[in-house]
Design a binder for this molecule. Structure first.
Ligand SMILES: [Zn+2]
Length: 165
């Protein structure tokens, strides 16, 4: 929300004027966002989306239930926006590390206990990346080497083999 006289910034791709003094702007440097118009709150691009990670319904039981009989690898599963929205490569690398899950595991093989191992301390998560971008450094848990693997064609993934079996 900005004063209407504020000059447009480089990455502001959408602007909505509310009244004579206040505008709402979409600042989206990575261009992942979208502005959708709907008369009733539904939209074909939104209707098939999964739940948000901070919703109470997003928990180990939800992931376990959705993961049954799935043959895809666990990383693709948690990055699938039909399951949960907003999980990018960094969150996927870090959360799989925290849960001691190898990103190449088949989703259907993950146990409820595996899904329950992530502690939800978000402050820790955003400030201290354990594996993402830490290739060739040492794991703070097992002192093993953090390596990079390429998965799902092109997406790099940081992994500690000792921790993520
Ligand atoms: Zn480790």
């Amino acid at each position: 929300m900005v004063d209407i006289k504020t000059p447009l910034l480089k990455n502001e791709h959408f602007e909505l004027q509310f009244n004579k003094s206040i505008n709402m702007r979409l600042n989206d440097p990575r261009r992942f966002g979208a502005v959708l118009f709907s008369k009733d709150g539904s939209h074909k691009l939104l209707n098939s989306l999964g739940i948000k990670p901070l919703e109470a319904a997003f928990n180990d039981g939800y992931l376990y239930q959705k993961s049954r009989n799935k043959q895809q690898n666990i990383k693709a599963f948690i990055m699938d926006r039909k399951i949960v929205v907003g999980v990018g490569n960094i969150y996927a690398c870090e959360s799989l590390f925290m849960a001691n899950i190898n990103p190449q595991c088949k989703t259907g093989d993950i146990t409820l206990q595996d899904f329950s191992q992530v502690d939800g301390n978000l402050e820790y998560f955003t400030q201290n990346l354990s594996v993402y971008g830490c290739e060739n450094k040492t794991c703070h848990l097992c002192k093993g080497k953090i390596t990079r693997i390429i998965q799902n064609q092109t997406i790099p993934h940081s992994i500690v083999k000792k921790c993520q079996t």
